[in-house]
Design a protein around this ligand. Structure first.
Ligand code: DP6
Length: 361
């Protein structure tokens, strides 16, 4: 494999090979946000996230090789057991865009089946888990066809390919915390793929993310459009510098077990992301009144009880309630008694830092 992650084509005159691979890949929650991109899905600033456990996608890819090459990938796609034209055409476009990275795609017929652990209409972004599950399957097929063992470079390639599908997906191929994007924290971090964060204080092991579904209505402005709006944003340069600075500070707090300082940055980041949206041109607001009520209640409860409980937000109205495992009893009781009332039909997912992707087949 070269530095550009270009695989080898299928050798000529080989007998047809058949196989099936399947991966379960998690969603992840960013604590320092990726917001703004350029070139071929390269981030404008580094981001730091942790992988979840309960919110995940299972993807199975069956392949049959053939000698005749096609210019576009040959695909049959089922989502939750049914044909889904919108998803299939997104996957077709994605596969065609990575044929140079996976030349075997010209010589295989693929059958892809995918399903999420959470309802599609829950307002939880599925692109990180679904794109990383697909990228892991494709990288696995490449390794299987080449008779190669899965090593660290396997996950680098899977992260690289995930990134081309959706930027945040690059961070879903590892367990625990990871970083995507160059930063002076360490020169092992790269814009092309994510890398695990290795110095983690035990207090952050098993970090919780109670996802409160405030609204499952499709967002008025997609993440792709939001990234685009950063291109002429008046605060873009300040934002990228600030995100870089916050990532370095957050990584240090994670290494040293500084929970309060960690939470302060996590909340600042969530509100900065939404502030950027509010002063984009055109301006837009994705938070709902219930998002603000939850945020205010979390701050009040923290102040009154000293419980280390914080919030973050994705590009949507849902609130992610973050707390260390040693605060679970108090935090969960508070979430259940005070916050679930603000959710749409009480909907929520109690999630926790996860073990990363698992090979199912
Ligand atoms: C706010 O990864 O969904 O969740 O690369 O266009 O697919 P594309 O965008 P996407 O953006 C995620 C933005 C975010 C922050 C984050 O996850 O870092």
């Amino acid at each position: 494999m070269s530095g550009n992650f270009i695989g080898k084509p299928i050798p000529k005159n080989e007998e047809a090979q058949k196989g099936t691979v399947a991966w379960r890949s998690p969603s992840n929650i960013a604590l320092v946000k990726y917001w703004g991109k350029h070139g071929r899905q390269l981030p404008r600033n580094p981001s730091l996230s942790f992988s979840l456990s309960n919110a995940h996608t299972d993807t199975q890819v069956s392949y049959t090789t053939r000698q005749d090459a096609t210019e576009t990938a040959s695909l049959n796609f089922l989502f939750e057991g049914k044909k889904n034209i919108a998803f299939e055409s997104r996957i077709q476009k994605f596969l065609d865009s990575i044929i140079a990275n996976f030349p075997f795609l010209k010589n295989v017929d693929l059958e892809i089946k995918s399903q999420n652990s959470f309802p599609h209409s829950s307002g939880i972004a599925s692109s990180a888990s679904s794109m990383s599950a697909l990228a892991l399957c494709l990288t696995d097929i490449e390794y299987e066809l080449a008779g190669k063992e899965r090593d660290d470079s396997f996950f680098h390639k899977a992260s690289y390919i995930s990134r081309l599908g959706s930027g945040s997906a690059s961070r879903s191929v590892y367990k625990d915390f990871c970083v995507w994007g160059t930063t002076s924290l360490d020169n092992k971090y790269a814009d092309e793929y994510a890398v695990p964060l290795d110095k983690v204080h035990p207090i952050f092991e098993g970090l919780h993310d109670d996802i409160l579904i405030v609204s499952s209505v499709e967002k008025s402005v997609s993440s792709s459009a939001g990234h685009q709006l950063m291109e002429d944003h008046p605060f873009a340069e300040v934002r990228y510098a600030e995100a870089g600075r916050k990532l370095i500070a957050l990584a240090k707090h994670i290494a040293k077990g500084e929970v309060e300082a960690f939470g302060k940055i996590v909340e600042e980041e969530a509100l900065s992301l939404h502030a950027l949206m509010m002063c984009s041109d055109p301006s837009y607001v994705l938070m709902e009144p219930a998002s603000l009520q939850i945020i205010n209640q979390i701050r009040k409860f923290r102040k009154e009880t000293g419980t280390p409980i914080f919030f973050t937000l994705d590009a949507g109205p849902n609130v992610h309630v973050i707390y260390p495992d040693n605060a679970q009893k108090k935090a969960r009781m508070f979430v259940e008694s005070k916050l679930l009332d603000h959710c749409e039909d009480g909907r929520h997912i109690f999630d926790i830092m996860g073990e990363g992707p698992q090979k199912i087949t």
